[in-house]
Design a protein around this ligand. Structure first.
Ligand code: MGP
Length: 248
């Protein structure tokens, strides 16, 4: 799906929900609904999610901390792209951090993207983000190779761009593995994600049990990287790998 820049808000659809009462909430997401204020502290201000988005949305304290930890690596490193924007958990925190001149959010599901825009408006950052409806891999391929078909609003300089990726993990099966094999992650495994983002600086939001040796194998000899466990209430929620540009 070719990346399309949105110049206005997509309408919320019948798949976008704001649940006020537990009785409305599908059984498999009730656990997340109970944590709704940890996920979005302003949940009551009409935050909307698709049912699928509840599983993958980054809780606000974690998203805020990542946004604090991720700074432009050089003064002219001014563009941040969230290639799996989902319902907006991370991109809203990035916009609130006010560290980036330009933030691009890409999401391929129109209903989820409508939720993200709506939620960004709730948090007052709708206009701080360039919203793109489309496939991130198609976008990255064009951005790295030939930008002539891209809308000017999303042309980038790969040397001064950071990519943030919080991909689907293929469900919650990662919990069954003491060490999660990132080569089996569905639908995009570690190598696929890394290749798509490389040579740009990129940040990967991965299952907390991910095999750190597989991440280390992607890094040139002697290069130090940060791989961070982000915790809430005494438990890790995710492992985040900060991968430098290929120039290092
Ligand atoms: P979780 O799998 O429900 O683990 O998600 P938790 O909360 O430890 O469950 P419990 O039963 O052990 O209490 C934890 C966090 O991981 C979520 O809040 C999301 O931030 C993140 N997360 C979970 N999944 C399945 C995904 C995913 O597919 N993609 C991304 N990007 N994040 C996910």
């Amino acid at each position: 799906m070719a990346p399309t820049v949105l110049h206005s808000k997509l309408p919320l659809t019948e798949n976008c929900h704001h649940y006020d009462d537990i009785h409305e909430v599908p059984h498999d997401i009730q656990k997340y609904w109970h944590q709704r204020y940890n996920i979005f502290q302003h949940y009551d201000y009409d935050i909307h999610l698709t049912d699928d988005a509840w599983f993958g949305v980054t809780p606000e304290p974690v998203a805020t901390r990542i946004a604090r930890d991720l700074s432009p690596s050089t003064p002219n490193h001014t563009t941040l792209i969230d290639i799996f924007a989902g319902a907006g958990g991370n991109v809203i925190a990035f916009a609130l951090s006010e560290k980036w001149e330009r933030i691009i959010a890409i999401e391929k599901d129109a209903s989820t993207l409508a939720c993200a825009q709506h939620n960004a408006e709730v948090y007052g950052v709708l206009d701080a983000i360039t919203w793109v409806h489309g496939d991130s891999f198609e976008y990255l391929a064009q951005a790295k190779n030939d930008q002539s078909n891209l809308d000017e609003a999303i042309r980038i300089d790969p040397d001064t761009t950071t990519v943030f990726a919080s991909p689907p993990w293929g469900g919650v099966n990662y919990r069954d593995h003491e060490i999660f094999d990132l080569s089996t992650m569905e639908p995009y495994n570690l190598e696929h994600l890394h290749k798509a983002c490389h040579p740009m600086e990129h940040v990967l939001f991965l299952p907390r049990t991910s095999d750190i040796r597989q991440i280390a194998k992607l890094v040139p000899d002697g290069v130090k990287i940060d791989v961070v466990q982000y915790c809430m209430e005494g438990a890790s929620k995710a492992m985040v790998a900060y991968m430098p540009t290929a120039q290092i």
